[in-house]
Design a protein around this ligand. Structure first.
Ligand code: NDP
Length: 307
């Protein structure tokens, strides 16, 4: 039987439709929820991400404000700006687009956002709340992973889960969320001896590393569910042919665009699984939907409304 494709695009559409209904309720009761995004400087990739976030806000009826201070803005000025937004009752969510320029201490900035408006879920208070299973604004990518599993009926409680990657934005929170759902979770990283020994046991294998094709078919338990978080750019036709042997369509896509995206799994690993998230169109497609959901959650909590 062929593996099921877990489409992040479809799930994002489901979530956005639900969020739009909640935005409608909030708007009727006490005005549209508001998200403020701070984009400091002019990083081209960040500009694209921010544009997409603002577009989604417009689609769903969320008020969005984009602040674009120059790259020369000092840390003190940025902290002052965040302080103003923390106090502004019209602002429900604050998002500081990363990466920040080198002269700014990212940790300090993220900690300056009041936890109640921390729609990225990066503030230590939200990290702590998540850890002890209290209601929290959870980081968007791990929250998206959980949505995929739950909405597609993949049992988490009791499952053997392996998380490869232990970053603060993906690996650690995703492993916490899986543990909170009752999975047995192993977390692997660069220092893990015998990575394949772990991955081969996994019923749910989540990989957030950033190394194309790191997880091969031999490293996957037949029938496992694979969640591929990695987003890697293949910039040469040799790479494309190595990772996708005989895939004429992929080579044509490379020739058209000059690059091809792939995840951390080798494409042959997907075929051993029962279900997998593609790259692109998998986990990455959900991130903005989860941000919208967090904004509505923050707005409802601040206004004392149950949605
Ligand atoms: P980081 O670089 O912060 O973390 C990578 C993790 O992978 C680290 O824990 C590192 O271990 C581990 N690692 C690196 N090499 C190996 C290896 N050979 N074997 C085992 N573990 C290894 O990355 P992020 O978590 O930020 O992102 C990971 C990937 O996910 C990237 O491709 C990124 O683009 C993508 N991403 C996708 C998102 C989406 O929306 N789909 C959102 C965020 C990220 P150690 O800690 O020991 O160094």
């Amino acid at each position: 039987m062929s593996a099921q494709v877990l489409s992040g695009v479809e799930i994002a559409a489901e979530i956005k439709a639900e969020v739009a209904v909640k935005v409608g309720r909030l708007t009727e009761a006490c005005g549209a929820p508001g998200l403020t995004v701070i984009l400091l400087g002019s990083d081209p990739a960040s500009e694209v991400y921010v544009r997409n976030k603002v577009r989604s806000c417009v689609e769903l009826g969320i008020r969005s404000t984009l602040l674009t201070p120059p790259g020369s803005t000092t840390e003190a000025e940025l902290l002052g700006m965040i302080d103003g937004l923390n106090r502004d009752t019209a602002v429900d969510g604050i998002l500081v687009q990363l990466p920040l320029p080198k002269h700014i201490d990212t940790r300090r900035v993220l900690e300056a956002v009041t936890p109640e408006k921390d729609v990225d879920g990066f503030h230590p208070v939200n990290v702590g709340r998540l850890q002890i299973g209290q209601p929290a604004l959870a980081p968007c990518t791990p929250a998206g992973i959980l949505e995929i599993l739950k909405r597609r009926g993949i049992p988490i409680a009791g499952a053997d889960c392996v998380m490869v990657g232990r970053s603060d934005i993906v690996g650690k929170p995703a492993s916490t969320m899986l543990l909170n759902e009752g999975a047995t979770v192993s977390v692997c990283h660069k220092g893990t001896r015998d990575l394949a020994g772990y991955t081969r046991r996994a019923e749910i294998l989540v990989v957030a590393v950033g190394v194309p094709g790191l997880i091969t078919a031999e490293m996957v338990r037949p029938g496992a569910v694979l969640i591929d978080v990695g987003i890697n750019r293949l910039d040469t036709v040799e790479q494309v042919k190595r990772f996708f042997p005989g895939d004429v369509a992929r080579v044509a896509a490379f020739e058209k665009r000059g690059y091809v995206l792939m995840g951390d799994f080798d494409s042959r690993a997907y075929q051993v699984s029962s279900a997998y998230t593609p790259v692109p169109g998998g986990v990455g497609a959900l991130t903005i939907a989860m941000l919208m959901q967090n904004t509505v959650k923050a707005a409802a909590a601040r206004r004392g409304m149950a949605l």
